[in-house]
Design a protein around this ligand. Structure first.
Ligand SMILES: NC(=O)c1ccc[n+]([C@@H]2O[C@H](COP(=O)([O-])OP(=O)(O)OC[C@H]3O[C@@H](n4cnc5c(N)ncnc54)[C@H](OP(=O)(O)O)[C@@H]3O)[C@@H](O)[C@H]2O)c1
Length: 331
């Protein structure tokens, strides 16, 4: 098969569409012929040499895919050859074939194309596990998501809005703020020239945000804690603003608030399977009712993965940049 390999840690030009050995389905795994995958920020870090795949994971980038089952390993039930599926991967989505534990595979939601499903799993599982399973966001609460127009943000806005939360976002341009409003954000704050702490307080009559989903890490730590409500839950999933920050613990304890940081990729297969099952139960009905979609910025052939990385690095996108593997790979 062919896959996007990383020649050397570095820039997008290091991504090379090359012949590599075919994977096989091990015990408990299914082998998927990949139709589509999508770019996540972690792929960029991996390409630069800052994010080593966990032990046993494919060395090629790609944390999600859609496609067809072409082989079923021993002990797998629930999937047969020919099924159209999507999967949460630990790596290897930028390839014509990938082997994945069956618990991380879900049937294609009815009405969703394979191309769109290529960008479904990583953000849905990240948002569902953090915002709903861990932070327990509930209807009527206020939810703040930073980077509202990102793959994560566009997923989080829709799910929180559909499940009855009040949604506040930050983003960096007027066009992106509008895209967030169109997806259901009640308030969109321009992080370049507005103070989100002040805006959250004003919009909630001083209550604050019950749950915050954060991509900025250190740079926003103290301000996020200031923006939290009493009993608030700050969920850190990205470190775009650094890894070491100061926080006023007095504010945290007075509010009886919590700070949690997680990464999905490193979680064991058993936990990933629980997340996939929970996300499927909650989100597939929303997709099938037309209440949630993958926001696709554009689709590029997989050989143009370097160009896709440039777009995401420059933040030139809203939602997901999808890579077409089935038709984009020259067969
Ligand atoms: N821990 C996990 O398991 C996990 C899983 C998936 C993703 N993530 C993390 O989640 C984040 C989003 O991932 P993605 O793939 O969806 O990324 P993405 O589409 O590349 O989005 C990055 C976002 O960062 C925003 N941003 C940049 N500077 C900002 C600032 N000062 N304040 C607020 N937002 C700012 C950008 O907003 P503008 O474009 O408006 O500038 C953009 O929306 C990344 O940090 C990623 O590492 C974590």
């Amino acid at each position: 098969m062919r896959a996007i390999t990383i020649a050397e840690p570095g820039g997008p030009e290091q991504l090379v569409w090359a012949a590599v050995p075919d994977p096989v389905a091990g015990a408990g795994e299914v082998l998927i012929e990949v139709a589509a995958t999508a770019v996540n920020r972690a792929d960029i870090l991996q390409r630069m040499g800052f994010y080593t795949p966990p032990p046993g994971a494919s060395p090629y980038p790609g944390l999600e895919c859609s496609g067809r089952v072409v082989e079923v390993g021993s002990g797998v039930t629930g999937f047969v050859v020919g099924d159209e599926v999507c999967a949460l991967l630990s790596g290897g989505g930028y390839a014509q074939r990938v082997a994945v534990p069956a618990g991380q595979v879900a049937p294609l939601p009815e009405g969703m194309s394979l191309l769109h499903a290529g960008g479904l799993m990583e953000t849905v599982c990240t948002v569902w596990s953090n915002v709903f399973m861990l932070a327990g966001l509930s209807a009527g609460e206020t939810f703040l998501v930073h980077g509202g127009s990102s793959g994560i943000g566009t997923t989080a806005i829709q799910l929180a809005h559909q499940l009855g939360a009040r949604v506040i976002v930050t983003a960096g341009t007027e066009a992106k703020l509008q895209a967030c409003r169109d997806l259901g954000a009640d308030l969109a704050v321009n992080y370049r020239d507005e103070d989100f702490v002040e805006q959250v307080r004003k919009a909630t009559d001083g209550h604050g945000a019950d749950v915050i989903l954060d991509n900025m890490g250190a740079a926003y730590l103290d301000r996020n804690v200031q923006a939290l409500a009493v009993n608030g839950r700050l969920m850190i999933i990205g470190l775009q603003g650094g890894v070491k920050g100061d926080v006023n613990l007095n504010t945290l304890l007075t509010k009886r608030a919590s700070v949690t940081a997680t990464t999905l990729r490193a979680r064991p297969a058993r936990e990933k399977a629980e997340i996939v099952a929970a996300a499927r139960d909650a989100v597939w009905p929303l997709i099938e009712a037309g209440r949630f979609r993958v926001v696709v910025d554009r689709v590029l052939p997989v050989e143009q993965a370097a160009q896709a990385h440039r777009i995401v690095e420059e933040s030139g996108h809203v939602g997901k940049v999808v890579l077409d593997v089935a038709t984009g790979s020259g067969g």
